[in-house]
Ligand binder design. Structure first.
Ligand code: B12
Ligand code: SF4
Ligand code: SF4
Length: 389
């Protein structure tokens, strides 16, 4: 999900931050949190620009090759560990989180129907990067008008270790599924941060680990993508395979992908803390083009022009038309099949690329041999009826 560092109107700290009294900084910290809430963030907290404690884990993760082809994660390690190198003059990071679960959508029903497309809940609406960056920019402009001298917003888009920094700010703990979890809100939220030159008072870090003996996320992952708690082998993660990866999806993983055509939520849906996940009121996160209930066939029939039109301003664009067709071919191979599906798959051959054709051939083969769909572990789970939906 990381994209090349953006140049979203950084406000350079060309003049040093004016010296503000401790009292003034204290009241500004409280005011910035109020302002963040007014701007639609559910929570905001302040920490030091320092992630050096992550060096060992980060290096071990990269050495194991878990990043797959996301080679950008191997770059700018110095900036990841020391955010001040990314934006000189930074004294503090203001971390924010924003809930994204849209209201009134049927998550489990979508997963349970093999003819329906499942798109990760975070990306059914408009691209969150733009929304969050814009709000962070507004927060930065406001802060600068109060005595700051330069701020810069980031969301997902730069070499910033967002989860460890958010934990350091006290926004939650890193769960065994590697995502940030909050006692009041679960994990279905985005993170973003504003770099500021103001030495605001910092918040207490979250030092607790509230997963306890639970290992539900590790056990439910359909592709067994967790070699150990707190470690994700992205090469096996459906989110990576359907969004970031451009090549041929490993044969042994295809049946396990089910009907997921963009991202995956299973390790979060099973998490007991997501009983506390809140629905978002942001209209940007409302599903577009009925993507929460679309059928696989309908989406597979989109031509490239329609794909580009319907994914304008959406993070789904990231996978590209080839990736979209590839993912849909795999999901159609896992569907119930039938004459309409076979005809559509056949008609889809030689339309996009050799890569897509290879996945279509696999799907046709699945139906020719009558291979039954692999049951999704999450639907077999005894708590399936009580999951975050
Ligand atoms: C690359 C990336 C991915 C990759 C790799 C994921 C990963 N776990 O790293 C892929 C494509 C798989 C992915 C998937 C998803 N992502 Co993503 N992703 C990122 C990105 C851009 C960078 C993450 C990164 O730096 N990884 C590097 C590795 C080393 O980090 P790590 O595994 O967490 O390891 C750290 C710690 O866990 C710790 N650690 C490691 N090992 C150990 C061992 C022990 C014992 C301990 C204690 C600690 C520890 O040290 C490490 C270094 O700090 C961030 C945005 C950002 N800039 O941070 C979003 C981000 C993490 N993604 C996000 C989301 C929403 C998702 C998905 C839910 C999307 C979806 N529904 O499909 C899935 C979830 C999959 C999962 N279980 O993680 C959100 C998460 C919000 C949250 N609540 O935490 C982020 C923060 C984006 C955002 N701005 O909101 N993502
Ligand atoms: S997002 Fe899906 S595939 Fe990836 S780790 Fe979580 S459950 Fe596994
Ligand atoms: S499912 Fe359990 S182990 Fe996994 S993150 Fe949630 S509480 Fe932690």
């Amino acid at each position: 999900m990381e994209q090349p560092a953006s140049n979203a109107n950084p406000r350079q700290p060309d003049t040093p931050a004016p010296r503000l009294s401790a009292e003034r900084l204290h009241s500004l910290a409280a005011a910035v949190k109020r302002r963040a809430r007014e701007l639609g963030f559910q929570q905001c907290a302040i920490t030091l620009p320092d992630a050096s404690a992550e060096a060992e884990h980060l290096q071990a993760w990269l050495d194991a090759g878990y990043q797959g082809e996301m080679h950008y994660l191997e770059q700018h390690l110095d900036k990841r560990l020391d955010p001040r190198l990314l934006h000189p003059g930074t004294e503090r990071l203001i971390l924010v989180r924003m809930d994204y679960l849209p209201p009134e959508i049927d998550t489990l029903k979508a997963l349970a129907n093999p003819d329906r497309a499942y798109i990760a809940r975070y990306t059914l609406g408009r691209d969150y990067h733009k929304l969050i960056r814009k709000r962070l920019q507004q927060l930065g402009e406001w802060l600068d008008s109060q005595g700051g001298s330069g701020s810069r917003p980031f969301v997902d888009s730069a070499p910033v270790l967002e989860r460890p920094l958010a934990r350091n700010a006290g926004l939650g703990w890193i769960g065994k599924h590697t995502l940030l979890l909050n006692r009041q809100a679960g994990s279905l939220f985005f993170l973003g941060e504003l770099f500021t030159s103001l030495p605001l008072p910092i918040d207490a870090p979250e030092t607790g680990q509230h997963c306890g003996q639970c290992s539900a996320c590790l056990d439910i992952c359909p592709t067994r993508a967790f070699p150990a708690p707190y470690q994700l082998d992205a090469r096996r993660c459906i989110s990576y395979l359907t969004i970031e990866y451009r090549g041929s999806i490993p044969l042994e993983l295809r049946p396990l992908i089910g009907n997921r055509i963009f991202g995956c939520d299973d390790c979060q849906l099973i998490c007991p803390w997501n009983r506390f996940a809140r629905r978002s009121e942001e209209s940007d996160f409302t599903p577009r083009h009925a993507l929460d209930r679309a059928s696989l066939l309908e989406l597979f029939r989109w031509d490239e022009a329609r794909f580009l039109r319907n994914t304008e301003g959406s993070a789904i664009r990231r996978t590209g038309y080839e990736g979209w067709q590839r993912n849909l071919a795999v999901a159609l191979g896992n569907s119930r099949g039938g004459p309409e599906v076979i005809a559509a798959l056949q008609a889809g051959r030689s339309r996009v690329s050799a890569l897509v054709d290879e996945h279509i051939d696999w799907a046709l083969q699945q139906h020719a041999t009558g291979t039954p769909p692999t049951p999704l572990p999450i639907l077999q789970h005894p708590r399936a009826g009580k999951l975050a939906d």
